[in-house]
Design a protein around this ligand. Structure first.
Ligand code: ASP
Length: 322
């Protein structure tokens, strides 16, 4: 009799756990930096809000219809690459030579497969090229001209470099040159958990305004700007890339979860503190296999948001928002 009660009790606990678990979750960022409410006109805030919501809905419809986390990450990032508000794809920032050099990477948490492109100048959607590198080549990363050639062979859209010219970014370059500064803003990233229990992560960027011609940041580097493992979590970073590379930022978060059994939130906080100790700035989004989310940063803001299968959805920009 006692045994039956215990079994029923365990059954109820197991059922409520399954019901409480989200079937899928998708988290995005649109870059971290000097994002302050008082300095951003309401009209501009609305534009970002709209773009972030649209990106979340793009990913949501993929996952809702049974799509994989890899498809959701790729399509969400493509949408953000096509939106000139973000520093990725069309809105990419300029190098000190007045050119645009884009980086992107994607990683599949179920088999640790990954693909990346770095320093590309004419691929419309670098995140698609990153996925092609992963699926259609024996390599993990292609750079510059070789990456373009590969993308062309795969039938991806190649554009004239003028496609990446936006007035706003060009003005930012002039200002950065005047101040002799290298500035970051608006990289995009996405992490997703699908209904099959798999995780994926992707990141795409134009890098940093006024970066030296040929400079590669953390975003296309697996383990620095992007990482995903079903054992731990999926991670996408944004910030001053040199620090992220030196810290092995994304992989370090995964390692803390694996070896020290930290939660995804604890591991991200710990890594952001390491970043602050080096005087580096930026942020991170991460998602574990149970759908727990972390969105952490040490700047005044980070464009960010999440959507869950339950319909729960949130978009935020500033540091005083939940
Ligand atoms: N992490 C990017 C880079 O260093 C820039 C950014 O996230 O804003 O290239």
């Amino acid at each position: 009799m006692m045994k039956t009660y215990i079994l029923i009790f365990i059954g109820i606990i197991a059922c409520s756990f399954v019901l409480a678990q989200e079937k899928y979750v998708l988290v995005i960022h649109g870059g971290a930096g000097n994002i302050e409410k008082t300095k951003m006109p309401e009209k501009v805030q609305k534009k970002y809000e709209h773009a972030l919501n649209y990106a979340l809905e793009t990913g949501d419809s993929v996952l809702k219809n049974g799509g994989t986390c890899m498809d959701a990450v790729e399509q969400t990032i493509m949408m953000m690459e096509d939106c000139p508000l973000f520093n990725a794809g069309q809105g990419a920032v300029f190098t000190n030579k007045g050119t645009n050099e884009l980086d992107a990477s994607i990683m599949n948490g179920s088999d640790l497969n990954a693909g990346a492109v770095a320093g590309v100048t004419d691929i419309k959607n670098p995140i698609r090229a990153a996925r092609m590198v992963m699926e259609e080549s024996k390599h993990v990363m292609f750079g510059g001209k070789g990456a373009s050639e590969f993308a062309r062979q795969q039938g991806l859209e190649i554009v004239d470099s003028s496609y990446f010219y936006t007035e706003e970014r060009y003005k930012s370059l002039q200002k950065a040159i005047e101040k002799e500064k290298v500035e970051k803003h608006g990289t995009v990233g996405c992490v997703a958990l699908d209904q099959y229990g798999n995780l994926a992560a992707g990141t795409s960027t134009g890098g940093m305004t006024n970066k030296k011609f040929g400079r590669i940041g953390d975003s296309p580097i697996i383990g620095a700007g992007t990482y995903a493992s079903n054992q731990t979590c999926a991670i996408s970073c944004t910030g001053h890339g040199e620090y992220y590379i030196r810290l092995g930022f994304a992989r370090d978060i995964s390692a803390m979860m694996e070896y020290q059994h930290k939660t995804v939130e604890e591991a991200c906080r710990c890594e952001i503190e390491k970043l602050s100790r080096l005087n580096g700035t930026g942020g991170v989004i991460a998602l574990d296999k149970n759908g727990n989310i972390a969105m952490d940063f040490n700047t005044s803001g980070m464009f960010r948001g999440f959507i869950k299968s339950s319909g729960e959805k949130e978009v935020a920009m500033f540091d005083d928002e939940e």
